[in-house]
Design a protein around this ligand. Structure first.
Ligand code: SAH
Ligand code: SF4
Ligand code: F3S
Length: 493
């Protein structure tokens, strides 16, 4: 047992992008004639989009491959959230250039947020790129590939007001067969002053709830046991059966003011959660991301009502100081945020997992204001956080109107303090789980050993335990005996 604990990787303070993963398409041979390789960067949204891309391409003669060298078409689904996310993609393109030199017929496409941000410029700056496609143009990809095959410029960065890809059944690319993502909305209207997403993903729109429920049901029928509902801000999910009230719904105030909407089918996020929860008590539901300015008590009560809605909320705070939050245009104060956390604790109990995103060294942040972030973290006792230092993004309000005046060294120092504190808090929170039985959904073998299985408890904590006779997709009750800051370790009971 002890050996496993020592082996568990701990987030290093200088490992800025340690949270950032890359996902690579798996081999999938169904006898199609051409091969597609997709590499995805950034958030879960992008990973989910790549599954939509694979589905569209499979309808047009492509199987996926995990080997770049075997691919006819190579797509990078990119992220633009911070400068180093983009630099990573640029390095990868340079690297792909070597392969393309040996295989001139290979088509290279850049998809996603970096494609949307840079548009045609990408073709000029990265000579080996053939296709540039933004997040709302994936239905056009087969056509763009044809254009690229013929040596024509292939760019589509049109942002849509209504594209949700609701009718497309995603091809699951990195599937463990147990957990899957379902996109429930696209875009973001929030305009946080630091953030590039509203520019790269366009206006917010919600997907038909019945297509969401159908996708969840199909996954359950195929043996999946957990779905994560995805959106940049799931709490502002709002859909109506009547297109005429869509604009009204856009102005949510109209609904609150009690406009006459009799006979109109309206579904908000709490309503959607309930619909998906009713698919089966054996299907777990998670969701991300919640926005502190929009989360409602209705959502918390719906979570409490259904055992299969996981007791875990990713509630990014970004900063613990109200002046900085205002400069960030987040729409809540430190006090309001703490009130929401109190509601979560009251309605869902101490055990509910809460995680956050933090930005260190935003424009004009003073050292005292940074201290407020640390004290807020201690007060909330986050189970986990994604932590970054501020990276200025072109065209955002912060870039246009504020000065990026915190020196890099100071940003890094503050980030290190945040990471070190989170490490302590995670360990403390995990220690409280020792001696308790947790219901774990098995996702596969533990990273270190095939004698152990891994899965998460309702609060989203990874639990490792001896395999015995259990297998993927089982729910197992595990008595937790030990922990690190990242993992719980126990025995089935
Ligand atoms: N929609 C989610 C966040 C999506 S972006 C939300 O509002 O919470 C994921 C995280 O990246 C953000 O929460 C923020 O912490 C971080 N981030 C976004 N823009 C950034 C920037 N310019 N510099 C550093 N971190 C940033
Ligand atoms: Fe970016 Fe804010 Fe939208 Fe999140 S809510 S994606 S941080 S603009
Ligand atoms: Fe990155 Fe776009 Fe997601 S910028 S974080 S891939 S929405």
């Amino acid at each position: 047992m002890r050996k496993i604990i020592k082996d568990i990787a701990i987030l290093k303070p200088d490992d800025k992008e340690a949270n950032e993963q890359v996902k690579i398409s798996e081999e999938n041979n169904t006898g199609k004639t051409r091969k597609l390789y997709i590499e995805s960067y950034g958030c879960q949204m992008n990973f989910s989009d790549s599954e939509i891309v694979a589905s569209i391409m499979s309808e047009h003669g492509f199987d996926t491959t995990s080997e770049v060298d075997n691919a006819d078409v190579v797509l990078l689904n990119t992220c633009a959230i911070r400068d180093n996310a983009e630099q990573r993609v640029r390095n990868r393109l340079r690297n792909l250039n070597h392969i393309k030199n040996k295989k001139p017929g290979m088509v290279v496409g850049v998809l996603g947020c970096m494609a949307e941000r840079l548009k045609k410029r990408l073709l000029e700056e990265e000579q080996m790129v053939d296709i540039v496609a933004g997040p709302d143009s994936y239905r056009d990809l087969p056509q763009l590939v044809l254009q690229a095959d013929e040596g024509q410029e292939a760019v589509n960065v049109f942002l849509s007001r209504d594209e949700t890809y609701a009718d497309i059944a995603p091809v699951r690319l990195n599937s463990n067969g147990v957990t899957a993502f379902i996109s429930i909305m696209r875009g973001c209207d929030n305009m946080c002053s630091f953030c590039v997403v509203p520019f790269t993903r366009g206006r917010e729109r919600s997907r038909d709830p019945y297509s969401v429920v159908k996708e969840a049901q199909d996954l359950f029928d195929k043996g999946y046991r957990e779905v994560t509902l995805l959106g940049q801000n799931v709490d502002s999910y709002l859909w109506s059966s009547n297109p005429d009230v869509i604009s009204l719904l856009g102005e949510k105030k109209a609904v609150k003011k009690g406009a006459d909407l009799t006979g109109v089918d309206i579904v908000d996020f709490a309503g959607l959660l309930e619909k998906v929860a009713l698919v089966s008590p054996d299907l777990r539901i998670r969701f991300s991301t919640s926005h502190p300015k929009d989360i409602t008590e209705d959502v918390l009560h719906t979570m409490a009502k259904y055992e299969n809605i996981c007791k875990y909320i990713h509630l990014p705070v970004q900063s613990g100081n109200s002046r900085v939050l205002d400069a960030m245009n987040r729409g809540y104060t430190r006090e309001r945020y703490l009130e929401i956390v109190a509601s979560i604790r009251r309605i869902l109990g101490e055990e509910c997992g809460i995680s956050s995103d933090m930005i260190a060294g935003f424009c004009t942040e003073t050292d005292e204001e940074h201290q407020d972030t640390l004290t807020l973290m201690k007060e909330v006792k986050y189970d986990f956080s994604y932590m970054f230092y501020y990276s200025e993004r072109p065209n955002t309000t912060a870039a246009k109107k504020m000065e990026d005046d915190v020196p890099l060294e100071v940003k890094k120092k503050r980030l290190q303090e945040i990471i070190a504190l989170q490490q302590e808090l995670s360990l403390k929170r995990n220690q409280q789980d020792i001696g308790k039985v947790h219901k774990v959904l098995v996702e596969g073998f533990s990273k270190r050993s095939d004698d152990y299985l891994k899965g998460r408890n309702t609060a989203n904590k990874m639990v490792i335990f001896p395999k015995k006779h259990y297998k993927k997709g089982d729910y197992v009750n595990v008595m937790v005996k030990e922990c690190s800051a990242a993992t719980l370790i126990g025995d089935p009971v």
